[in-house]
Design a protein around this ligand. Sequence first.
Ligand SMILES: Nc1nc2c(ncn2[C@@H]2O[C@H](COP(=O)(O)OP(=O)(O)OP(=O)(O)O)[C@@H](O)[C@H]2O)c(=O)[nH]1
Ligand SMILES: [Mg+2]
Length: 803
Amino acid sequence: MTLTTLFPQCQDLQTQVEAILQLLQQEPTLRSQQDGSVVQSSLRKAIAPTFEIVFAGAFSAGKSMLINALLERELLYSAEGHATGTECKIAFAKTGEERVVLTFLSEVEVREQVQALAQLIGQIAPMNINQPEALKQLQTMALSVIEQEGGKSKSKRAKDADALNLLLEGFTNNRDRISSVANATYSMEQFNFSNLKEAAGYARRGSNSAVLKRIEYYCYHPLLKDGNVIIDTPGIDAPVEKDAQLTYNKIENPDTSAVVCVLKPASAGEMTIEETELLERIRQNPSIRDRVFYIFNRIDETWYNAQLRQRLENLIYSDFQDTTRVYKTSGLLGFYGSQIKGTSGRDRFGLDSIFAESIKGFGGEEETPQFVYAFNNYCGSSRKLPIQFRVTINGFESPNQNYTRILADWGQPLVDQLIKDSGIEEFRNAITYYLTEEKRPQLFKNLADDLEDICIPLRKYYESIQIDLDSQPREIEAMKAQELQLLNQQLQEAGLEFRDHITEEINQIITNKCDSFEQDFKQLESRMVRRLDELLDCFSVKEAYSRATFNHPRNATAPLLAVLVEALYYLANQLEDILVESIKSVNAGFFRRLVEKVRKTEYYRKLNRLLGNDGGLEKRLKELEAEVNQALIAMAKTECDRYVRESPKFYDEGTFSIYQFRQTLLQTSSSYDVKAIVDAEPAIRQLLKLDFEPKVSKTIHQTFRQTVNQTLKTHLLPMTDIQADEIMQQYSQARVYLEKTLAQEAEEKIKNNAKSHWEVNQKINEYNQFVSEINSCLQSMQLFEHLLPTIADSGVSDEHFDF
Ligand SMILES: Nc1nc2c(ncn2[C@@H]2O[C@H](COP(=O)(O)OP(=O)(O)OP(=O)(O)O)[C@@H](O)[C@H]2O)c(=O)[nH]1
Ligand SMILES: [Mg+2]
């Protein structure tokens, strides 16, 4: 019976759960916090048609035997040593439809394994495994490796060589059954097996199992109903590494739903490293969760060994406190106990039927089956049997004789007691109860719990959106009023911030902290110095002389003094031009940078938001730039005008210049034509240089910088106060402007809110619909405690918003 026929309300569960996950996906903030994959995996488990129960544990722990005992039939091959070499699945079949399907490795897979194993033992495998000769050769090599190592299990290398040998043998024997790339499957009829047991015998660990990928038994057993699949695996510490890996892969597979750990400490005294690792790996698979059964098998061995018994009790007490699923079993006694129930004295209680094969010994001597030893031990020394069974073991009888005598004397009640002590029934009852009663509701409970972890945040999130939206429109009105109230204050603040900013900028200039300004001013200095040098270099006495005679039409000659005077005027005026030009560019640079900085300020942005413009700041700065420009030009002119006057030191007694002057005069007075003066040109140039250099130096290094600083300060600072005031005057314009924009903003926001509101309501409706559908499924499973939360109507309808 399928899930849907049992619980029709759960028919669309997958769609519904996926819809909830979809809602989660739509909310990026939640999506990053909640993991939908957990729900997905529990959903998969809940609706999966099959439920895979993997039996895992150390090799020879008794996994295969335990499964046989559980199903009360000899299905799987069980033996001493590494017995199971491939995955064995047991699934449900109706009576009369029992069958086996054997799946072989493909040729590609066989080749891969041959190559891997050959490499491990230091051999090179042929590329083409279809060359019988090459294979024979490789097999001979493998056998000689085993011999070299001194036996199959003497070393890792010997074990690998043995595995290779079996693989090659299996491949050769089953050559016609193996396809090149596909995994070929065969039914038991194709093998002429008459029952499942024969198939199991064929597949037991060895050369056949080496080339088998999987064997699937379909048999009738109530335990297998409802999609339960039992899987037997090779031991986790199997001597063949590949076989052990197969089990670990199975444990990590998402299809695995439960694990029966068949543990060996009852015979070994403690858990092996591999067993501990197995438990860890089980914990790491989210598909398994708490669906783990811990079986301490071979419990019979503790009956004869007090120390083993004690160690096992301690282990269970210390390490298995947090689980109730701990069972102590004897698969051997449980299984054969159930088998000999149908026997009697006529077939010597199974010796001539069930055990007929195993008692065949060499030379007519009868062998003792493993079970008979265990049975006799149980009867003789386990101290398990209640006192009414007065059983004696006679040393003069053979084990088989003791066995038949005891059973003839005590019969069925003793077998029942044996089965009871084997713990198998307890385990079978527990796992049956779990699989038929608990499994389904628990899978759904897990799903419900995982879903709840998503539903609660989702509900909270929707509700918070609703609350937020409901409070929004009022808030906008309030915000608008508040904003208008604050307007005056904000305008004032902007004005003050502007003033402070400009003051700070001026201060930077005055204290030489503005690098760009310093650079511009340096430029001015060097232009002045360069210009003076040029003027002196190109100074022409002839031209100065001609200007002097030109100014005095009645005279044909001019004194040296007149030439000097002309030179003073000329140099002073030329220097003035360059200073004016330079200070203009210093000024322009200063204002350009200032405007750029102003544009980046908070008050500039604020003004734009409040007024829709900058409140006249830039215009004011432009005007100021022109004013300051004029003032600086005037200053530059005054400065250079002073160059016309010779410096007082010019005539100082004992100075170099008066000496120079006298020398020049001596030179020029020798004749009255221009030639004498022209000859003195270098001397005159020297004189001018002596006079001008100190004057220009004083300008650029002392007076003019201070003049510039003062001019900037006196023009800019008073302006900022005026501007701040002017900004305040714009209150009414600002009010009109702001009201308009705020109204627009509010309108926009209300529109958006209406849309969001509609959207969230839509989502809530969807959410509620899916959740209530899921809830009705959970209710049909009696999971009333695990229903998911729905979202109540917020009471705010969409009509509140007209959009
Ligand atoms: N004394 C005793 N022997 C047992 C018990 N269960 C199984 N055996 C024996 O242990 C041996 C191994 O049993 P299997 O069922 O083949 O063990 P397994 O875990 O399937 O071993 P692999 O398939 O090799 O991993 C067999 O000889 C069984 O008869 C038990 O409870 N007590
Ligand atoms: Mg086995």
